[in-house]
Design a protein around this ligand. Sequence first.
Ligand code: PEP
Ligand code: MG
Length: 565
Amino acid sequence: MTVSDTTSTTLSGIGVSPGLVAGPVARMAPPIPEPEIATLEPSRDIEKECERIALAAQRVKKSLELSAAEAKAEARTLLETTAQMAADPTLTSTAQAMVREKRLVPERAVWESAGTLAAMLESLGGYMAERTRDVQDVRDRIVAVLTESPMPGIPRLPEPFVLVAADLAPADTALLDPEKVIAFITSEGGPTSHTAILARALGMPAIVGTGEKVTDALSDGDIVLVDGTKGSITINPSEDALRRARELASRVRVFNGDGATKDGHEVQLLANVGDAAGARSAAEAGAMGIGLFRTEFCFLDQPEEPTVEAQVEAYQGVLEAFPGKKVVVRTLDAGADKPLPFLTDATEANPALGVRAYRTTRRDPEVLDHQLEALAKAEAATEAKVWVMAPMISTAGEAEAFTQKARSYGLKTAGMMIEVPSAALMADKLFEHADFASVGTNDLTQYVMAADRLLSSLADLSTAWQPAVLRLISTACEGASHRGRPVGVCGEAAADPALAAVLVGLGVASLSMTARALPDVDAVLKSVTLAECQELARIALDAATAEDARAAVRAKLPILEELGL
Ligand code: PEP
Ligand code: MG
């Protein structure tokens, strides 16, 4: 949609990470296409063409080194390794040999030479196989120089900018430097994709699913105001709009670590984290513990299973941030948009419905054993209270097998995620085995509504405001209450302050979210009593549509307007 006044134009998409910022647009160049197999015209000087390859590789190496010098820790190491690859003589000398022997055009020769090198590294396995990505990255950059195409990847500018791209993979998003990239806008992507989740964790306003028309309308250097709450993008914003953005950015709300409703009903407000740094900032933000540690985020790029020692180190770093507090650790949730090469099968036709998450134990049970062993060791070395849960449990048999196995490693509190409708419907039976459950509303919504969470075109279905999703959460809470087991929510629904009140009314005992959402959720919960939350839950369960549920609940929470939420 486009709304224009005399100077500004407002475009819209799906706001997935809140915040209001303004800055210049920098577009991410499209991926470099494979150059055609073509030979040099007879008039071309072979040696000059070989020289062009060497110069292009030099230029790529220098620009990567410059970027590395400016980048922060993790990104710096990555860029330095890629720069080393650009300096590797094998890549250039093989390409030059192809130009001399086959008269291939340089860009094609570089492409083929990189293919040979990547295959060789792949066959060596381990650390060497991990370098395949660097070879491809360097190949694309050299080809871009040779063909005078825009450099692929995240643009590198001296000033902070708003990144505009077709799509971003979770691995790319995790490496964005929030001091450089102040917001991002993508034409593709859904509201509960892991890219959106990472944007919220980084505190980076983000708008996805705008469609190509919107991203095409944004040119490098355009000044835009990005409202990640509303999903609006204003080109050439007015001075007034910019002032309001600055004002809102300067308001700081804090959470004191005492989650409760107005009448003192305790609601644990916990954090979702993916690594030790995230856990430390969550502790600083006042989180009462961790409600979801996505362990797979520690190993997203690794081609092979991490050793038990490496796992102990990664888990210990997170547990150490919360001595004496609850830390809910989820076992590896690989699959769909989080493939782990050592655990998931990239050739499945429907990965969201395939051998993913807990189901990977059918094929590789020892990976879970190693993880539980590492977790027990990490727990023994720290003072955190570890609760362990498995993702995507679907049957009582799976709940029984997982919890028994976890306990056999000395992990006392073992539970499950409720993300598959069958688990919510059969909750009373599953709680015969599980000590607790955490509802993953992102996947639960995807499976109840049969709507891929990555698709922006189905965003209206992909919301936990859907009464069908809320009814299943209510069923899960009832199933747990017979046995006095706690149910939490760790999907994105927990970070929506209005929905959080509804979830408390449904009987949810803890809400886990990106640490940045804690103050807003806390402020709204402190404005209502438990009885009022229960009334809001009744209203939402009784609504015919997600839009009706949201509108009716929000109308009863005037504090949302006051807080600008
Ligand atoms: C969920 O599905 O809601 C969840 C918390 O797990 P993830 O988003 O990592 O799939
Ligand atoms: Mg999930």
